[in-house]
Design a protein around this ligand. Structure first.
Ligand code: NAD
Ligand code: WQD
Length: 338
């Protein structure tokens, strides 16, 4: 089956392209490269020894999308394309609502016209309300988002479930990712954030390579075993495999369903720092600073539904995640920019 991957040049998209190609799918990518480099797709082809097709352009460009559907026999779409920086979304809400919502509206309209109704959407644990008990189940309360980025994911989930409700031929999976880290074990593809990293692992790897002096640990007084925030970190290759399972699921079911993609285990910021330092033999200087506004103390998944219905489970360990993140950074000190 041919899969159209929007945002396929990005961090999670590029790893998913590898898994799709290795599982016998044809891959067509559309990406405007606003937060990525086409070099990632060259490396996907190098890793797999297989070719993919790339269209550089915006998912909001309806004419381009119609051309892509005309020129390719597409069976399923994985929709990664979107802006994802929480802080930036607070500064530039219009850009986030425009990009993330209009891309989905344009895409689903063109899919409908092309008669392609299998869709996998990149959602996020951020859609869950902060007041929930842990672990988070797909039935836990959603909403009360704390930033425009989170609202775009929440609203997109609503839009997609309304579309699937209105026309029962649609088959959609809303994949709620927890905290993806790590990189492909080849060290050829990985996360390449622009500017100062917002997320923990890229910050740690940039400290390790000497691009940043030390890590600020945001808050040491949370009600957690060591006082630092706890998250459900998941290896990006496990996450990518979850998409292959979801592609299969959409071919066998209709409707719109949410799935947690997490490991079910929470680790603290200091667990990550210490594991990274131990497995890679590199000390990570850090200082505990004030809490970051909007952060919760603890967030982790109940991944049971994904195991039962998608037949998918995360397999890699925290040590794997730390080792692979470092291999990518060490071999590509400036990311794809080299
Ligand atoms: P990324 O920025 O590396 O990848 C997104 C890709 O989409 C980039 O290549 C970017 O150039 C492209 N893009 C953005 N807007 C576009 C548009 N209008 N048209 C065409 N291409 C466009 O991010 P990622 O970490 O790979 O995340 C992929 C998806 O997963 C995003 O939707 C993100 O919100 C979601 N997500 C990510 C995380 C995470 O922690 N990384 C967690 C939960 C959900
Ligand atoms: C993890 C932990 C921080 C950086 C974000 C988005 C979420 C989802 C995943 C897209 C927290 C601490 C971090 C640093 C630190 N993305 N930290 N120093 O906030 O759980 O989730 O990415 O959907 O929507 O909000 O991830 O990696 O930013 O933080 O101490 O320099 O690391 O406080 O406890 P987060 P993160």
């Amino acid at each position: 089956m041919n899969v159209l991957v929007t945002g396929g040049a990005g961090y999670i998209g590029s790893h998913t392209c590898v898994e799709l190609l290795e599982n016998g799918c044809g891959v067509i990518v559309v990406d405007n490269l606003c937060n990525s480099s086409a070099g990632s797709l060259d490396r996907v082809q190098e890793i797999t020894g297989q070719a993919l097709k790339f269209y550089q352009g915006d998912v909001r460009d309806e004419k381009l999308l119609r051309k892509i559907f005309r020129e390719n026999h597409i069976g399923c779409v994985i929709h990664f394309a979107g802006r994802k920086a929480v802080g930036e979304s607070v500064e530039k809400p219009w850009e986030y609502y425009d990009n993330n919502l209009n891309a989905t509206l344009t895409l689903t309209k063109v899919m409908e016209d092309a008669g392609v109704r299998n869709l996998i959407f990149s959602s996020s644990a951020t859609v869950y309300a902060a007041a929930n008990e842990m672990p988070l189940k797909e039935t836990s309360a959603t909403g009360c988002c704390t930033n425009p980025y989170g609202w775009t994911k929440y609203m997109t989930e609503q839009i997609l479930s309304d579309i699937a409700f209105a026309d029962k031929r649609w088959s959609m999976c809303l994949l709620r990712y927890f905290n993806p880290i790590g990189a492909h074990e080849s060290g050829r593809i990985g996360e390449d954030p622009r500017g100062i990293p917002n997320n923990l692992m890229p910050y740690i790897t940039q400290v390790a390579i000497g691009r940043r002096e030390k890590l600020s640990v945001y808050g040491g007084d949370y009600p957690t075993p060591d006082g630092t925030g706890v998250r459900d970190y998941i290896h990006v290759v496990d996450l990518a495999k979850g998409h292959v399972a979801a592609v299969k699921y959409t071919t066998e079911h209709t409707g719109c369903e949410a799935f947690n993609l997490g490991t079910g285990t929470g680790y603290s910021v200091l667990d990550i720092v210490n594991t990274f330092a131990a497995v890679n033999q590199i000390p990570i200087p850090y200082q505990i600073t004030a809490r970051r506004p909007g952060d919760v103390a603890v967030c982790y998944a109940d991944p049971a539904k994904s195991a039962e219905k998608l037949g998918w489970r995360a397999e890699k360990t925290l040590a794997d995640m730390c080792r692979d993140s470092w291999r990518w950074q060490r071999r590509n000190p400036m990311g794809y920019g080299e």
